[in-house]
Design a protein around this ligand. Structure first.
Ligand SMILES: *[C@@H]1O[C@H](CO)[C@@H](O)[C@H](O)[C@H]1NC(C)=O
Ligand SMILES: *[C@@H]1O[C@H](CO)[C@@H](O)[C@H](O)[C@H]1NC(C)=O
Ligand SMILES: *[C@@H]1O[C@H](CO)[C@@H](O)[C@H](O)[C@H]1NC(C)=O
Ligand SMILES: *[C@@H]1O[C@H](CO)[C@@H](O)[C@H](O)[C@H]1NC(C)=O
Ligand SMILES: *[C@@H]1O[C@H](CO)[C@@H](O)[C@H](O)[C@H]1NC(C)=O
Ligand SMILES: [Zn+2]
Ligand SMILES: [Zn+2]
Ligand SMILES: [Zn+2]
Length: 410
C-alpha cells in the first residue's frame, strides 16, 4: 500500500511538471496517462534545410554511376550514391527540466523470501548442474538469511534517424516525377514508427526525385561484353591448352581438336545481359530516404554489499515500482535512494546529449525495479557455506558449492 502511495506520489509530481509543459506546442497528449503510448513528437511546420555528410570519393569501382547522372534536387544537394550521411533533424525547442522539491521520504515495502523458497530454489539449482550432488542443497541447514534488495533504474530513449542516398533500378515504366514540383524535405516525409521502443527501419522513395537515365554501365546497350572471354565467346581449351592434341597425337576430345571451347559464362555469345539495367537499357534514378527507429536503453543498478556482483543482476527481473513514459521524461525526484535520483539525472542528460543532435527523440521511458537479493548462509557436514537467491525468478548463485564431482569425492 505504501508502495502504491509512493508511486502515485512520483506520478503526481511528474503530472504536475507535465501540466506546466503543456503550454508548449510540442506536447500533444493531454490525457496524462503514463505507461501508455502517446503520439510523441509532433513535427513543427517547415523543416530547416538538411545538412549532409560530405560526398564520399569514388570508391565504388568502375560500375559506380557517375555523379553527372544525379540531378540537383532542392533540399538534397549533398545526397550521394552509397549513402551513409545522417540528416540532423530540424531542432524543436527542448524543454529544460527544472529542479523540483521531492515528496516525503516514503517507507518501502521490502519483500523477503521464506526459507522454503530459498531451499527449493537451491535444490533446483543443484539438480540443473549435471555434476553437482544435491545433498548440500537438501540436507544443508540454513543458519542465516539476509536481504540485500537493490534498485535498477532504466532509461529507454526511442529515436528516429534519417539518411538519404541516390539509388537506381532498371526502368520498366515506373512513374517519372522529377521536377514536377520541389521534393518534400527529408524530415517532412511522413513515416510512422510501427511500435514505440522497438527497433525498425523503412525505406521510402522520395517523391519528385525520379528521372530516367541511360544505363551508365552498358552505355544504354542493355548488354555487356563477357569478362570471362573478353567478348570472344570462346577461350583456350583448358584440357589441351589450345593445341588440339593430348599426349602427342591424340586429338583432344574436349574441344574436338579445335583448341578452343565455348565460354560457359556467356554460352558462346561474347556478351551478356547488363546486370545494372537487367537489359532494359535505361535506369530510373531517384533518392531513397532511410528512416531508422532505435530503442536506446541504459541501466543503473545500485551497488549492494552482499558480495553478488552487479552484472549478475542483469539477467533477472525485479518488481516494477515506477514507470513513466512520455515524449521526454523528467528525472525522478524524491526517490528514497539518492543514487537512483542521481543516475536518473545523469542518464537523462546523457541521452539528451547523445541523441538530440543526430536524431529525433520520439519517446522516453524510465522505470525503477526493486530486485530482491537474499544471501543465505547454511551449514553442511560441519562447514558453513553461502549462496544467493535473487530476482523475481529466484535465480541462484553458489560459487563454492561444496559437492561438485570435480572437487569432492562423494
Ligand atoms: C529496448 O532495448 C533494451 C536493450 O537494448 C531491451 O532490454 C528492452 O527490452 C528494449 N525494449 C523493448 C520494448 O523491446
Ligand atoms: C528504395 O526504396 C524502395 C522502397 O520505397 C525499395 O524498394 C528499394 O529497394 C530502395 N532502393 C535501394 C537501392 O535501397
Ligand atoms: C597446360 O599448361 C599447364 C601450365 O601452363 C601445364 O601444367 C599443363 O600440363 C598443360 N597441359 C597440357 C595437356 O599440355
Ligand atoms: C558454341 O557457341 C556457338 C555460338 O553460340 C554455337 O553455335 C555452338 O553450337 C557452340 N558449340 C558448343 C559445342 O556448344
Ligand atoms: C556472477 O557472474 C559471473 C559470471 O557471469 C560469475 O563468474 C560469478 O561467480 C557470479 N557470482 C558472483 C557472486 O559475482
Ligand atoms: Zn582441347
Ligand atoms: Zn564469355
Ligand atoms: Zn545497363
Amino acid at each position: 500500500m505504501l508502495l502504491h502511495n509512493t508511486t502515485a506520489c512520483l506520478i503526481l509530481l511528474a503530472a504536475a511538471k507535465r501540466f506546466e509543459m503543456e503550454h508548449q506546442p510540442i506536447y500533444s497528449n493531454q490525457g496524462g496517462h503514463y505507461g501508455i503510448s502517446n503520439p510523441g513528437y509532433v513535427p513543427t511546420a517547415g523543416g530547416a534545410p538538411a545538412m549532409f555528410a560530405p560526398p564520399v570519393a569514388d570508391s565504388q569501382g568502375p560500375s559506380a554511376p557517375p555523379a553527372s547522372m544525379f540531378d540537383s534536387m532542392p533540399g538534397y544537394e549533398g545526397t550521394v550514391a552509397g549513402g551513409g550521411g545522417f540528416l540532423p533533424p530540424p531542432m524543436p525547442a527542448v524543454p529544460t527540466p527544472q529542479p523540483q522539491p521531492g515528496p516525503e521520504q516514503p517507507h518501502w515495502n521490502i519483500p523477503s523470501i521464506s526459507e522454503d523458497t530459498a531451499r527449493d530454489a537451491f535444490v533446483l539449482f543443484a539438480s540443473s548442474k549435471c555434476c553437482y550432488s544435491s545433498a548440500p542443497a537438501k540436507d544443508g541447514v540454513i543458519t542465516d538469511m539476509e536481504a540485500f534488495n537493490t534498485y535498477r533504474y532504466r532509461l529507454e530513449t526511442f529515436t528516429e534517424s534519417r539518411s538519404t542516398e541516390w539509388s537506381h533500378e532498371p526502368y520498366s515504366g515506373q512513374t517519372v516525377d522529377a521536377y514536377a514540383q520541389p521534393p518534400p524535405g527529408p524530415w517532412d516525409i511522413p513515416a510512422q514508427a510501427p511500435n514505440f521502443f522497438l527497433n525498425g527501419k523503412k525505406t521510402i522513395k522520395v517523391p519528385y526525385t525520379s528521372s530516367v537515365k541511360s544505363c551508365h554501365s552498358c552505355v544504354g546497350m542493355g548488354r555487356q561484353p563477357c569478362k570471362d572471354c573478353a567478348g570472344a565467346g570462346n577461350k583456350v581449351c583448358w584440357v589441351c591448352n589450345g593445341s588440339g592434341y593430348r599426349h602427342g597425337d591424340d586429338r583432344c576430345h574436349h574441344c574436338s581438336g579445335r583448341g578452343r571451347e565455348n565460354c560457359s559464362r556467356c554460352h558462346g555469345q561474347g556478351s551478356k545481359q547488363c546486370d545494372v539495367c537487367r537489359g532494359k537499357q535505361q535506369l530510373l534514378v531517384y533518392i531513397n530516404l532511410t528512416v531508422k527507429w532505435t530503442n536506446n536503453s541504459d541501466d543503473y543498478v545500485v551497488e549492494q554489499s552482499s558480495g553478488l556482483r552487479v552484472d549478475n543482476l542483469s539477467k533477472v527481473s525485479g518488481k516494477e515500482l515506477f514507470r513513466d513514459s512520455q515524449y521526454m521524461v523528467y528525472p525522478v525526484m524524491g526517490f528514497p535512494d539518492p543514487s537512483v535520483v542521481n543516475a536518473a539525472q545523469r542518464l537523462i542528460n546523457d541521452h539528451q546529449a547523445r541523441f538530440s543532435q543526430t536524431s529525433r527523440i520520439l519517446q522516453q521511458r524510465q522505470t525503477i525495479e526493486l530486485i530482491p537479493v537474499t544471501k543465505v548462509t547454511y551449514t553442511w557436514k560441519g562447514n558453513s557455506h553461502l549462496y544467493f537467491v535473487y530476482g523475481n525468478e529466484f535465480k541462484v548463485n553458489a560459487d563454492n558449492y561444496p559437492a561438485t564431482c570435480c572437487c569432492t569425492i562423494l
